[in-house]
Design a protein around this ligand. Structure first.
Ligand code: AMP
Length: 247
């Protein structure tokens, strides 16, 4: 089983679940944070990097979406968190920090990790540093995918996601062969609730206020690598790998 097919149960379902397999790193194992405005293509880059480096793509947004779809009753904290998410607001730091701390096993995984959507605030970054230090592991780099804001908004409003396998498309830049249907698994494509115009405005404001300062934070630590998010997803991924010395 490849890392790509790993069910990431320990991440998506929490500490009581076990992953179906431990990903085997190709060469060294990488521990990376991916930064970038919503819609910049971070999720797509995470998938491509996962195929090349084998490290699991760990998205905090995916944890919330998995809880939304789950048949199990969410905890009170999770119900609260999902309310923020549906409105396009950031979930409070304390809730997200605790959620990631519960998943500390993923931070120590031999396959490494690609953190997507976390940290999103400086307080979350401080909490992550503390968690990693406690586990005696360190980040290798922080990849910051960058693009002018108007292009980001264009990408977000055209994004569609497969309801079955989560593969992402764009109505004009990366359309499926058959409109509304996933090329990979035949699932129905949908627009995420938080990709609707009302929510996009709120998310962009949250990004500018809370997440952009992370770029400074990691730059000061000497971990930041800027990647221009222009060109095809494969070209962007190659540029990222080259910057890491993993090309
Ligand atoms: P994403 O898929 O990363 O865009 O996340 C979707 C939504 O989940 C966000 O708009 C937030 O409501 C919530 N979320 C995910 N990660 C975080 C985080 N690190 N901090 C706060 N809220 C988050």
């Amino acid at each position: 089983m490849t890392a790509q097919e790993n069910d990431k149960a320990a991440w998506l379902k929490g500490p009581r679940a076990d992953c179906s397999s431990v990903p085997v790193a190709r060469g060294r194992s990488w521990r990376l944070v991916l930064l970038g405005a919503p819609g910049i293509g971070k999720g797509t880059q995470a998938e491509l990097l996962n195929q090349r480096l084998r490290a699991c793509h760990l998205s905090t947004g995916d944890v919330f979406r998995a809880a939304l779809k789950s048949d199990e009753d969410p905890s009170a904290a999770m119900t609260d968190a999902l309310g923020y998410m549906k409105r396009g607001d950031l979930v409070p730091d304390e809730v997200v920090i605790n959620m990631v701390a519960e998943r500390e096993r993923c931070m120590q995984c031999a396959g490494g990790f690609l953190l997507d959507g976390y940290p999103r605030t400086v307080d979350q970054a401080l909490a992550l540093d503390e968690l990693l230090a406690k586990k005696s592991v360190a980040l290798d780099a922080v990849l910051s995918f960058e693009l002018p804001m108007e292009k980001v908004i264009q990408r977000l409003s055209g994004r569609r996601v497969c309801s079955k396998c989560r593969k992402t498309y764009h109505v004009t830049h990366n359309p499926p062969g058959v409109e509304g249907t996933c090329d990979a698994c035949g699932g129905d494509l949908f627009q995420r609730e938080d990709d609707r115009p009302e929510a996009i405005t709120v998310r962009m404001k949250a990004y500018e206020e809370s997440t952009a300062p992370l770029i400074d934070y990691y730059e000061k630590q000497g971990l930041l690598i800027r990647v221009a998010a222009e060109g095809s997803p494969e070209e962007i991924c190659e540029a990222a790998l080259e910057s890491l010395g993993a090309g």
